[in-house]
Design a protein around this ligand. Structure first.
Ligand code: ADP
Ligand code: ZN
Length: 292
């Protein structure tokens, strides 16, 4: 019999809490609006107290956060624009209230783990999961472990070349202006083109530019991490007409240099949509609990 775990997908607008052992076995689930840490975590704790005995709890959370077990700030949210959450000890509050071991990591590391275990990344290592949504973030499973170190990767904030003649939009990252997230996350598209990304028709020039920025970033990750699978998620990233443009642009930029048939011949099996879809987050939390 497989062990039962608790999982929390901690997002900026909602916390999804679930109990189960995997995608085919979710026994209970609730959604809690993200308000203050006290109220939100209090409701999550009440939910888990009403469940069967759990082996561990996993939290896949918005960041920035401290995922390093050896650090004094392990389990906390670091400086965030999300009001009230800077310094919130998420893992500590859950561990002491529920008396359970708590695994704590970024939402994208959780999604990478869940996709590697149950989804599009099965049998691959490294697996890279990139979300392009309200923000941009990446998580990676490398040699069987989630990539940490100096805190966690911040793949959304890498510098990208921008040609001001072609793209005069200066970017909206409060730290870097025209980093990847500042140029290519959903709010940047909305600001640049004056309408929400989901309302931009597939033939709009926005998509070619967007695909090129994503492809530049993916090319950098391919050259540095050598992933065996890249999973592109998030509201913008999983727009279906975007993916073929991204694949072609990656092939164009790499120009045959990375001599893997996955890149040169069957890139449609290499850069893919999440197999777990919108379930990647909460399943990522369960996978974190099981992976501890
Ligand atoms: P979050 O990143 O907040 O968890 P999402 O991944 O859904 O949530 O990203 C939200 C962003 O994605 C918004 O900027 C929204 O405009 C954009 N978006 C949502 N759905 C689509 C779609 N079908 N096509 C393109 N963009 C979308
Ligand atoms: Zn930035």
């Amino acid at each position: 019999m497989s062990k039962l775990y608790g999982g929390i997908e901690g997002g900026g607008t909602k916390f999804v809490c679930a109990v189960g052992s995997g995608p085919q076995d979710i026994r209970a689930e609730i959604r809690i609006p993200t308000t203050t840490p006290e109220e939100t975590l209090g409701r999550a704790i009440a939910f888990f107290r009403g469940q069967e005995k759990l082996a561990a709890l996993g939290v896949a959370c918005f960041g920035p956060l401290d995922p390093n077990l050896a650090s004094p700030a392990f389990g906390q949210i670091l400086a965030t624009p999300k009001a009230g959450w800077t310094g919130a000890d998420v893992a500590g509050a859950l561990r002491s209230a529920l008396n359970l071991p708590v695994a704590f990591d970024t939402d994208v590391n959780g999604a990478a783990l869940a996709e590697a275990r149950w989804g599009a990344g099965q049998g691959c290592d490294p697996v890279l999961y990139l979300t392009v949504g309200t923000g941009i973030g990446g998580g990676a499973l490398v040699n069987g472990k989630l990539l940490h170190g100096l805190l966690h990767p911040e793949m959304g904030h890498i510098p990208l070349p921008r040609d001001p003649a072609r793209d005069p939009f200066p970017g909206i990252c409060p730290f870097h202006e025209d980093c990847f997230e500042g140029l290519a996350a959903g709010p940047a598209l909305e600001r640049r083109w004056g309408q929400k990304a989901e309302n931009l028709p597939p033939e709009h020039p926005a998509w070619k530019l967007e695909a090129e920025y994503i492809a530049l970033a993916l090319s950098s990750y391919i050259l540095t991490l050598a992933p065996q699978k890249i999973i592109l998620g998030g509201g913008v990233g999983s727009a279906p007409h975007l993916l073929p443009l991204v694949r072609r642009s990656v092939q164009g930029w790499l120009n045959g240099y990375v001599q893997s048939p996955l890149v040169t011949q069957s890139i449609e099996n290499y850069i893919v949509l999440p197999a777990l879809g919108s379930r990647a987050g909460v399943l990522g939390a369960l996978a974190l609990a099981a992976h501890r």
